[in-house]
Design a protein around this ligand. Structure first.
Ligand code: GLA
Length: 367
């Protein structure tokens, strides 16, 4: 029997910056997905999951195609391993997860990464950790049809207990920064999902690329807020671009604030980020806005914002550690009162990534 665990992640700042070659601040969670399995005699690849009733099996030696269901995440990873020329023996595997699905905590990357590590163990393969992240991302791009960046997979792989991950998507530098003392992360799932999420996501991505091209840059990473403000970009593209340049700047400021243990500044940056999502990137929802507004008025909340792709899902708040339980309760009660909805709150300890060896880290200088 072989097994591998990979955590979900929470994006703390740097919204939609990853595919714009920008900067991200994230953390791995203690919640995640475990993949267990073994080699079998029958010439098949078999997948099952505790959370989904439908099981899948595919004959070995055939071209793998997406089937528009949960299995596309591991299936895509399997296809990428095979494409890279690795010989994968027949196997059966099962997934179990402690992550809420669709809450924006990257349950999909946790499936991909746990399965990729399972395959490495099953076949005795040694793949460099960053390459593993790229392979999982490619699987998601091609099999799930979401043109995501590397944030989710990198966070799941490189997380470290009680540390935030600073990831430079241009240089691929990864740095782990100790979390500010006295604060914890509180994740609040609005439980409202939007169906067109991947379509909206891909549309934002194209807008960003278009804005960069019109500005004469390879990516929005090269642009500053001032340049965007003074540009002749059409109004909509200008707002999209401003979100990205603003987020890059906020990540830099947050890293400085963390060095000083300045929680008030960090919190302010989170609120600013949400405001930019709401106005500029338009990837928030009424429910997420409401959760942030409620959090803003609760004593002990430093900052709050939507986390992940947006268009539904969850908020992340940075809160005073010894008031976290009470804050969680107040948030849920007020949200229920205003929206008649049951939000789900998690006080999330920050956990280790799936790959714990420091040797794997590429270019640690990073910034
Ligand atoms: C999703 C994607 C990530 C990233 C975030 C937004 O989680 O999977 O690659 O783009 O949205 O920052």
């Amino acid at each position: 029997m072989y097994s591998a665990f990979a955590p979900g992640r929470v994006e703390i700042l740097g919204n939609h910056t990853d595919y714009n070659q920008g900067l991200v601040l994230s953390a791995a969670l203690e919640l995640g997905t475990t993949c267990r399995g073994r080699k079998i005699e029958e010439q098949q690849y078999r997948f099952r999951s505790e959370g989904f009733t439908k099981t899948y099996q595919f004959p070995t030696g055939q071209t793998l195609q997406p089937v528009a269901d949960w299995v596309d995440y591991p299936l895509g990873v399997l296809a990428m391993f095979i494409r890279r020329g690795f010989e994968i023996p027949p196997f059966e595997c099962e997934f179990s997860s402690t992550l809420p699905v669709g809450a924006g905590l990257s349950s999909s990357a946790a499936i991909e990464v746990s399965f990729a590590l399972f395959l490495c163990r099953l076949c005795g393969l040694e793949i460099q950790a960053f390459e593993l992240a790229q392979l999982c991302k490619q699987a998601e791009n091609e099999f799930a049809g979401v043109q995501c960046g590397l944030l989710d997979q990198v966070s799941s792989i490189f997380g470290k207990k009680d540390h935030f991950i600073f990831f430079d998507c241009k240089t691929h530098g990864v740095r782990r920064i100790a979390m500010p003392a006295g604060a914890v992360l509180l994740i609040c799932d609005s439980t409202v999902r939007h169906e067109l999420t991947s379509g909206e996501y891909n549309e934002r991505r194209y807008s960003c690329f278009e804005a960069a091209e019109k500005l004469g840059f390879k990516s929005l990473r090269e642009a500053t807020t001032e340049q965007v403000v003074n540009s002749k970009l059409p109004e909509l593209l200008k707002r999209r671009a401003l979100h990205i340049t603003g987020e890059n700047e906020r990540v830099r400021l947050a890293v400085e604030a963390m060095k000083k243990g300045d929680l008030a500044e960090m919190g302010w940056l989170l609120f600013e980020s949400h405001e930019s999502s709401r106005r500029n990137f338009e990837n928030s929802t009424e429910e997420l806005d409401e959760l942030v507004e409620i959090a803003r008025k609760i004593k002990g909340v430093y900052g709050s914002r939507l986390t992940g792709g947006g268009f539904g899902g969850a908020t992340v708040s940075l809160v005073e550690a010894n008031r976290a339980e009470q804050i969680a309760q107040e948030l849920v009660e007020e949200f229920r009162r205003r929206r008649k909805l049951e939000a789900k709150v998690l006080i999330c300890p920050v956990g280790d990534g799936a790959v714990e060896t420091e040797d794997y880290l590429p270019n640690l200088s990073g910034s």
